[in-house]
Each structure stands twice: as C-alpha cells, then as structure tokens.
Ligand binder design. Structure first.
Ligand code: SAH
Length: 393
C-alpha cells in the first residue's frame, strides 16, 4: 500500500506548478506514520484532492520526490522502463561526433529522481542518490543490461547528498568488473577514466561542451592555466588546439597521476605542459606569470545553503586572483557547480572579483552543462553548473 501524504492548507501551489520536490515543512500528515524510506507515496491537498505520485523518505528534508501527475502511474518498473527508454533514445539523437561517453540518465531532468547513468565506452556507471532510487537498483541494472549489453555496470553511489537521505557510500559492480581504467573518446580526444576510484562517476561529462568551446577560443601559441584540472580534460583540449603550454593544477595526487596518463594518451608533452599538485588558491597567490587563457573549475564550494556566504568569498578570491594573472586581451572560463549558488549570485561574485582586480571585463558567453544533462523547466535546482566566458582588457 502506498504512503498517503497530505499537505498543509495552501501548500499545493509548487506541485501544481510542476515542481518535483515536497519539503517536510509542507506536510500535514503521513499515513502510516512510520513508512520505510523509499516507499511509494500518493500526495493529497488539504482538501483531499489527489495531486501526484512519487516516493517518500522520512529521513530527508525533501520528504517526497514526485514522478507523476497522472493517476494510476507510480514509481515502479513500468515507469522506470518508459523513462529510461525515453532518456536513452534522446541520447541517440544528441551524441556528439567522435564521442562514446555521455550521461544517459540525469535524475529529475529525465523524470527519474535520484538516478544517474553515465556511459563510458561500452561500460556504464550508475549513481543512486536517494532511498527511492535504491529501490530500483536491480530493475535498473536488468534494464540496462538488456538495452545496452554493456561490458560492465558499476555502481558508484558516493554523492555527499546521500547522507541527507540516511544513506552511506556504495561502490560495487552490478555486472562484471570495470577494471581500473576505461578508455573513452570525447570529440576525438582520448581519456582514461577510473570508475572505481575516480571522482563522481569517473569523469566530468558535464563540462564536455565547455571544453570544446575553450578549444575553439584558444589562441595559437597561448600560455594557458587549467585550475582544478582533475584528470586534465581541459588541458588536453587546449594543448590539442595549439596552446604552447598549459599548466594544470589540482590538489589531488591521484587526479594529477590520471592527468599524466591522459596527456600521454593524446601525445601531449608533459614537459611543456606542467602538472602541478597544489592548492589552486596558493598557486595563484605565488604565481607571477601571466596567462592568455585561464580555466577555473572548482569543486562545489557550497554543499549546503549554510555554506553559501563562505563559499561566495572563496569564489570571489579565486576569480580575483585568476583575473589578476590574466594577460591583457586574455580569456577566462570560470565556473561554479554549487547548486546553492545560483547563476545571478555567481554573476555578482564574478562582478565583485573583477572590480577588486581592477580589470575591465566583458562577458562573451553564459555557460552550463551540455544537453545530455537536461534540466526540467519545473526544477531549476537541477541547473547546478553555471559559468561565464570572460574577456579582460
Ligand atoms: N575541470 C575538471 C573537473 C574539476 S573537478 C574536468 O573538466 O574534468 C574539481 C577538482 O578540484 C577536483 O579534481 C579536486 O581534486 C580539485 N580540488 C579541490 N580542491 C582544490 C584546491 N583547493 N586546489 C586545487 N584543486 C582542488
């Protein structure tokens, strides 16, 4: 039997407007009183009108995640199969040339809250972020096996947001072992991905279109700097586009080791393109060189809304420091992937950084994740990655 969730009077508006989340503060009553995390639920208005179906987690502030506004449809294998097929078919339309890695399922953006599936060559990496998504683990693996005949399916459910759902980390093979390196191609560039020990599901697929754009804007012979480089993906694009030197900086030794392999896989000299294990803030403070192109792609500096103030200062510092090392006529790609730092706030932060750096700065492009990371129009929170291409004189 489904959990019955009744909202407080007047709290149905966001749901009628299509928003897929219900926060615990909007709920009047729950029956039965102590449902299992991840149970299916039906949501009713205070007047007793059925509104939507979804799944429920009493441990989470987001107490329900909605999946349907059609009566009779519910969180289960049938809906899962339909939405997965829709997501997979859409990716067939948008797969870029010379690319065999992309996101196949993007949580709410594909009507499948809590489920992420990334394709790496012939293998798949799954990430589940909610208790409701975990209920579908076996069904999902079965469906993926049938649809894609993958060489492996690995689960890397490591998002910090899982703790808010009362869940710990899960890393396990769901179908065959991926090994420690999977080779993929993105716009003709070769990358080694480590789904088991790498960050996220192994690679930052969300930056693909921005990497391509950065390559497009790279002046021949440019001196470039890639801060928070992870496995060197931007570096490979910039060096491939004719930069004479790209310095990559990351604080993780493992990331830099993988970057070294990625430079080699693309025939890029590690001598001309130094890989530096360092804190990016320190690196910039000590740096006296100027660069023609800088990429700043920090990890989410605000993981909770209570971190936004502190994170804003850090974003401002790194952007100010970056702008102060940018040559006249230089370009800077700057990003924030904190869901809690909205696009407007990020723009204000970059504005303050430019003012403090005393630079004349123009915005050439507004940046975000690629189309394999679709965002539901009704769920603006899904738009976590935002960025600007800046031109400083
Ligand atoms: N641009 C990359 C993804 C960056 S993810 C890509 O396209 O693949 C953010 C990276 O920042 C991670 O690799 C993490 O190890 C690194 N990092 C976190 N804190 C850091 C710091 N203070 N200084 C330098 N690197 C840091």
């Amino acid at each position: 039997m489904n959990v019955k969730v009744t909202l407080r009077r007047g709290r149905e508006r966001p749901i009628l407007n299509g928003h897929p989340w219900i926060f615990s503060g909007a709920v009047e009553s729950i029956s039965p009183e102590e449902p299992e995390p991840g149970s299916r639920c039906d949501v009713y208005s205070a007047e007793g009108e059925w509104l939507a179906a979804g799944y429920f987690n009493p441990e989470s502030q987001i107490i329900c995640r909605l999946v349907s506004r059609r009566q009779g449809e519910e969180w289960g294998p049938e809906l899962l199969g339909e939405r997965l097929e829709q997501a997979a078919a859409f990716r067939e339309r948008i797969i870029p040339p010379e690319t065999d890695c992309l996101r196949i399922v993007n949580s709410e953006g594909d009507g499948l809250p809590g489920i992420i599936v990334d394709r790496y060559g012939k293998g798949l990496v799954v990430e589940l972020t909610t208790a409701g998504a975990e209920q579908m683990r076996d069904k999902l693996a079965k469906w993926l096996k049938k649809r894609f005949k993958p060489s492996f399916i690995y689960e890397s459910s490591t998002a910090p947001a899982r703790t808010q759902e009362g869940l710990g980390e899960v890393r396990q093979a769901l179908h065959k072992d991926p090994g420690s390196r999977v080779e993929v191609t993105e716009y003709g560039h070769r990358f080694l991905v480590d789904p088991v020990e790498g960050q996220k599901t192994g690679f930052y697929l969300d930056q693909r279109e921005n990497r391509r754009l950065a390559a497009h804007w790279t002046p021949k012979g440019a001196q470039a700097l890639n801060l928070f480089s992870y496995s060197g993906a931007f570096t490979v694009y910039l060096a491939g586009a004719g930069a004479s030197s790209v310095v990559s900086v990351d604080s993780s030794e493992k990331a830099i080791a993988l970057a070294e392999e990625n430079l080699a896989a693309n025939g890029i000299s590690a001598k001309d393109n130094p890989l530096v294990i360092a804190d990016a803030f320190d690196y910039l403070r000590k740096c006296s060189e100027e660069f023609d192109l800088i990429v700043i792609d920090p990890p989410p500096l605000a993981r909770r809304s209570s971190h936004v103030r502190k994170a804003s200062r850090a974003y401002k510092d790194i952007n100010r420091l970056g702008l102060s090392r940018l040559a006249a006529g230089g370009l800077m790609f700057t990003f924030s992937c904190s869901g809690h730092v909205g696009k407007r706030l990020f723009q204000q932060i970059v504005f303050s950084a430019a003012l403090e750096a005393g630079r004349e700065v123009r915005v050439l492009a507004h940046l975000g994740a690629g189309p394999d990371h679709p965002v539901s129009l009704y769920h603006p929170e899904g738009e976590y990655l935002k960025g600007f291409l800046l031109y400083a004189t």
